[in-house]
Design a protein around this ligand. Structure first.
Ligand SMILES: O=C(O)C(=O)C[C@]1(C(=O)O)C=C[C@@H](O)C=C1
Length: 379
């Protein structure tokens, strides 16, 4: 067979496909106006199912799976196009527009900030990097940080959200559902854990190690190599260091930071204990109200979707259609439901971009529920 001749045939077919695709998109635009008049949503699953059955039958058995795939994509594109044509503002878009009205608003240098743990914690270090002059208030757990911000006791709160080797801080994700807050900044910190003990204690004397679960996970190779050392979970790495300093025990050590060694008068038995030198933790800075600063280029969303095949694919398709990069997707079980999940999306996008706002409005319509968790930049 002559390759060039077949390619000529394909070129001619492509011309027809493109012409018909453009025709179809114009028809889709007309559907959008008809629906807008009647206040109907863009998504019509029954209609999609009817179209699918018809075209699959027309294509025949050999091609039905390909036609199915092709039409899923066509529907995604058609819906994304319709969403772009519908300019009506939603409650969420109105609120966002209100909050970006002042582009000169600057992130404060001073503020009262809630941090989990005690002095020397990684959250405190993140706080010092975020603010020039923070007044830190320490709380014993993550929930108290959310409460302090929600009640207005602290203007901001700093919380760890994910680590490059141990993954998401699921406790913080689970608390997000129960609290009203917005992410206003984030920061990525290099984390190096050291084994700290009272001066004079040697590595071979250590019978027990105390630390936070995330730090213990990040140092799992060290713990596996020392199976005789008992492991005890603490709320925070700094709290663990303080406990060792105050304990008077010579068989106890904490996995914590070298900052804490200085702060609590402990000796560094071993530095860089984490499995990976490339160990980073991202912290979010939360506030009670939506605060969006110039240069914000990341968006966090919390969604629940209809429990049916393809609903997550549909959402992801909306970002893909407009070339928006999804930089994180986390799912957490919804308590009381049978393997149903709540999704957390982080996007490379900004509410200052009309394209991104179109997708947000589209998602707001299509998702069972949507919480906009903020648009911010990472330090
Ligand atoms: O027929 C409609 O209601 C349309 O909006 C068109 C269309 C399509 O492209 O075929 C797009 C979205 C709907 O979910 C169903 C079908």
């Amino acid at each position: 067979m002559d390759l060039n001749a077949v390619r000529e045939r394909i070129n001619a077919i492509d011309d027809q496909i493109v012409d018909l695709f453009v025709e179809r998109m114009k028809a889709s635009a007309d559907v959008a106006s008809a629906k807008a008049e009647k206040n109907l949503p863009v998504l019509d699953l029954r209609r999609e199912q009817a179209v699918l059955e018809k075209v699959m039958e027309r294509g025949g058995e050999e091609f039905e799976i390909y036609i199915n795939k092709l039409y899923q994509t066509i529907f995604d594109i058609s819906k994304s196009y319709q969403a772009g044509l519908l300019t009506k503002e939603t409650a969420l878009s109105e609120e966002i527009l209100k909050n970006i009205a002042d582009p000169h608003m600057e992130f404060p240098r001073k503020a009262v900030v809630a941090c989990q743990g005690v002095e020397g914690s990684y959250a405190a270090r993140a706080c010092d990097r975020l603010f020039a002059l923070p007044s830190k208030m320490y709380f014993s757990n993550f929930e108290s940080v959310f409460n302090a911000v929600e009640s207005g006791l602290c203007r901001y709160g700093v919380l760890p959200i994910e680590n490059s080797s141990a993954g998401s801080v699921t406790e913080v994700y689970d608390l997000m559902v129960r609290h009203k807050f917005y992410i206003v900044k984030s920061i990525k910190l290099h984390i190096s854990h050291a084994l700290l003990a009272k001066p004079g204690v040697k590595l071979e004397d250590v019978k027990e190690v105390v630390s936070h679960t995330q730090a213990l996970q990040q140092c799992s190779n060290f713990l596996k190599a020392n199976p005789n050392i008992k492991v005890t979970i603490f709320e925070n790495t700094a709290t663990a260091a303080k406990y060792v300093a105050e304990s008077g025990r010579t068989d106890l050590a904490a996995l914590s930071s070298t900052d804490c060694a200085k702060l609590y008068g402990l000796h560094v038995l071993q530095d860089g204990v984490q499995n990976n030198e490339n160990n980073y933790t991202r912290f979010i800075c939360i506030a009670k109200n939506m605060e969006i600063y110039a240069g914000s280029n990341r968006i966090s969303l919390m969604l629940s979707l209809d429990h049916r095949p393809g609903s997550l694919h549909e959402m992801i398709g909306k970002f893909a259609c407009r070339g928006i990069n999804l930089c994180k997707l986390e799912s957490r079980p919804i308590p009381g439901k049978d393997f149903e999940f709540r999704f957390y999306f982080d996007l490379d996008g900004s509410v200052f971009s009309p394209e991104t706002m179109t997708v947000l409005k589209d998602i707001e319509q299509a998702a069972e529920s949507l919480s906009f968790l903020g648009c911010y930049s990472e330090v």
